[in-house]
Ligand binder design. Structure first.
Ligand SMILES: [Zn+2]
Length: 284
């Protein structure tokens, strides 16, 4: 199930160049900022390039629109003036400026955040930056702004790190290769497959590596946005304590198991981004 590819990438949009850009920016803006300690995640898998990003993003946007229409028809789509939606918009606004170093394509994304009235504990970000939160995750876990920012960062990270693209490349690539009797697939060969996969995007399950990756990148995004890093730990403690069963919240928890390993990894990474958080708070 794990699709993680350890092959280092020299692509100019790799996090290494992103880190350097961050460093230069920070050095220029605030010399007093401590040396930037950042989360350490590998390069994105080059396997994902088998699926054209643009095709997948278009497919996701279409699927997102359909989902919103269905929610609207059930009167479950929060209006723009809903206080919880405004809260989510405020969080997104603080995180989005820090997304592009992780993925150059994000410069062109039209980020959207919507709130769906449902008791389910759920939230996601589809390829291209289409985010949805369910009211259940905010209400049942009684999330603070810092904790909600950790979820938002985590979900944004899945899109930025193109985990869906990678997963589809892996599963569809294998199917196609088997069908063609060949393992030699070129760039873009999965374009047609990706175009019809929008429906699967809502049910994709990521690997544990992807989850860990999203936790750490999300933690850093939220810290840069000025959200308390320790909230990542309290968030997953709340997730772990949520039974969810009573009100159908198990779907998210089953794809996002909260256990000691997850919490420990986050605890170990909190100090790495603490300086970013403090700098963000100082700079207002
Ligand atoms: Zn996740």
């Amino acid at each position: 199930m794990c699709l993680f590819c350890p092959t280092p990438s020299a692509a100019p949009s790799s996090p290494w160049s992103a880190r350097r850009a961050f460093f230069l920016l920070a050095a220029g803006a605030a010399a007093a900022t401590p040396v930037l300690a950042q989360v350490d995640v590998g390069s994105s898998s080059s396997l994902r390039k088998l699926v054209p990003a643009e095709t997948l993003e278009n497919s996701a946007a279409q699927q997102y629109r359909q989902m919103l229409e269905q929610a609207r028809a059930k009167r479950a789509l929060a209006p723009d003036n809903h206080p919880q939606l405004q809260r989510l918009h405020a969080i997104a606004k603080r995180l989005i400026p820090f997304t592009t170093p992780w993925n150059d394509r994000a410069k062109q994304w039209r980020w959207e955040v919507n709130l769906i009235g449902s008791q389910q504990i759920n939230a996601f970000c589809m390829p291209g930056g289409k985010i949805a939160f369910y009211t259940g995750i905010l209400d049942q876990l009684k999330l603070t702004d810092d904790e909600a920012a950790m979820i938002m960062g985590h979900e944004m990270a899945h899109a930025l790190r193109e985990h869906a693209r990678e997963r589809i490349a892996k599963t569809q690539g294998t199917n196609l290769a088997l069908r063609l009797g060949s393992q030699l697939l070129g760039l873009g060969d999965l374009g047609q497959a990706a175009a019809g996969l929008g429906g699967q995007l809502l049910t994709l399950q990521f690997s544990r590596s992807d989850e860990s990756d999203a936790d750490l990148v999300g933690l850093e995004l939220a810290a840069r946005g000025g959200y308390q890093p320790s909230a990542a730990v309290s968030l997953w403690q709340k997730m772990g304590n949520a039974t969810g069963g009573k009100q159908g919240g198990l779907a998210f928890l089953s794809t996002h198991p909260s256990g000691p390993a997850r919490i420990k990894e986050l605890e170990q990474n909190v100090p790495k981004v603490q300086g970013l958080y403090e700098a963000a708070r100082r700079n207002g």
